[in-house]
Design a protein around this ligand. Structure first.
Ligand SMILES: Cc1cc2nc3c(=O)[nH]c(=O)nc-3n(C[C@H](O)[C@H](O)[C@H](O)COP(=O)(O)OP(=O)(O)OC[C@H]3O[C@@H](n4cnc5c(N)ncnc54)[C@H](O)[C@@H]3O)c2cc1C
Length: 378
């Protein structure tokens, strides 16, 4: 099959790898003039790394494998630890923190030369019973049997095909950065939860640390030109290492990502156009599900395109297989304890501490069960 992919983010590039591996002819159309390597590091859970392994992506030496996920209160009291190393043994693949740019580079380097066409944002799209055609803003035309919309949370393909509105802001934003680590965080991801926000940090390999602060956000509030001052005020009095991490940063180190959530549609596309990744299910980064769900999409789409000979029937089969898991991941990312919504009593010191009553083995088992529910791969 001839497949056009709109977008050379993680979803589009992973889809290209999988589809080429399955014998399809693939062209990726990316609107940017070069690979978009910016952004922080991404947590790949055990399913995400397993799918990347299936796609032939060797993560060894990139980023930082994770052995522990630790939950603390705002004052720094340890509440719960999840044994990610035990889950790695069980699932046959380890969780890992990987800088977004490194993953993009790894994915792209495995594609045949010329697969990705940069400066190729789609201006017009036609789809009929015989195929799809895309005309880029530069006036070039491409045709194929199927179009994969992997063009992110502001997906133009989604708007053209589903005609629905933009993803909604949730009222929270993440201030984050990938900067030299002021101390060695080892192989543990730590999350601290409080009523003023959430703070998390983890090693990302090469002496780098990924850190983030989730705080309330309104598009009407004046832009924060000194975010570190705001974060220092907001997180004053929090336990170690909040102050230490903030002290290690300079203005310009913190980037903001307002959280958005897009309704997970019943049908992920229409006709010969299918949606994948953030285009299908933009969700807050809480619980780090966006990229992992995108990789699940890739594995399922490759499978569906191989199994369903009529490209026009793929949308129905593919959406039916993916919808439930993606909708659940999106709901968890929006409503979990580290919420992407208003702060409630649930984030108070005392109630967060009560999670410590859960025996660690049970907590790990529960987390493993959740990852399994959200994946077809593990
Ligand atoms: C520059 C950047 C930095 C990011 N940084 C972080 C981060 O630090 N932390 C985090 O959790 N998440 C980050 N994300 C989001 C994260 O990468 C995604 O949620 C996840 O990887 C799923 O990716 P995706 O490929 O579906 O969407 P995206 O990563 O958004 O990729 C979509 C791609 O499609 C391209 N595109 C858009 N419209 C068109 C069009 N009309 N035609 C052709 N191409 C188009 C975009 O340029 C982009 O390359 C970032 C995304 C980007 C683009």
């Amino acid at each position: 099959m001839r497949v056009l992919v709109a977008g050379a983010g993680i979803s589009g590039l992973a889809a290209a790898r999988g589809l080429i591996g399955a014998g399809h002819q693939v062209v990726v159309l990316e609107q940017a003039s070069q690979p978009r390597l910016q952004g922080g590091a991404i947590t790949l859970w055990h399913n995400g790394t397993a799918i990347l392994g299936d796609l032939g992506v060797d993560l060894e030496g990139t980023g930082q494998p994770l052995t522990t996920l630790c939950l603390r209160t705002a004052r720094g009291r340890r509440v719960l630890e999840f044994d990610l190393a035990a889950l790695a043994e069980r699932f046959g693949s380890a969780a890992r923190v990987v800088p977004r740019g490194s993953l993009i580079t790894l994915l792209e380097s495995g594609l045949p030369q010329g697969t990705v066409r940069f400066g190729a944002g789609d201006a017009e799209l036609w789809a009929d019973g015989d195929g799809v055609r895309v005309r880029t803003r530069a006036g070039q035309e491409y045709s194929g049997d199927v179009l994969v919309g992997a063009d992110g949370v502001h997906s133009r393909v989604r708007t053209l095909v589903l005609g629905d509105g933009p993803a909604a802001l949730t009222g929270v934003a993440t201030w984050q950065g990938l900067t030299p680590a002021p101390f060695d965080p080892g192989s543990t991801t730590t999350m601290m939860l409080g009523r003023r926000g959430d703070f998390g940090y983890m090693g990302a390999g090469d002496g780098l640390m990924q850190w983030f602060f989730d705080v309330p956000w309104s598009p009407d509030a004046p832009p924060k030109d000194k975010p570190l001052e705001m974060l220092r005020r907001r997180f004053a009095g929090w336990g170690s290492p909040v102050e230490r991490v903030l002290a290690s940063l300079g203005e310009g180190d913190a980037e903001v990502f307002p959280h958005t959530r897009h309704k997970v549609p019943r049908r992920w596309g229409g006709g010969r156009c299918v949606l994948l990744g953030d285009a299908a299910h933009g969700m807050p980064p809480v619980m780090a599900q966006g990229t992992n769900q995108a990789l699940e999409d890739v594995a399922t789409l490759v499978d569906c395109l191989g199994a369903v000979p009529d490209p026009a029937s793929v949308v129905g089969v593919y959406s039916a297989r993916r919808r439930r898991q993606a909708a659940l991941a999106s709901a968890i990312a929006t409503h979990s304890l580290a919420v992407s919504g208003p702060r409630t009593l649930l984030q108070g010191e005392y109630l967060v501490r009560m999670n410590g009553a859960i025996p660690p083995r049970l907590a790990t088992r529960g987390f493993g069960a959740l990852l399994r529910t959200l994946s077809d791969r593990i």
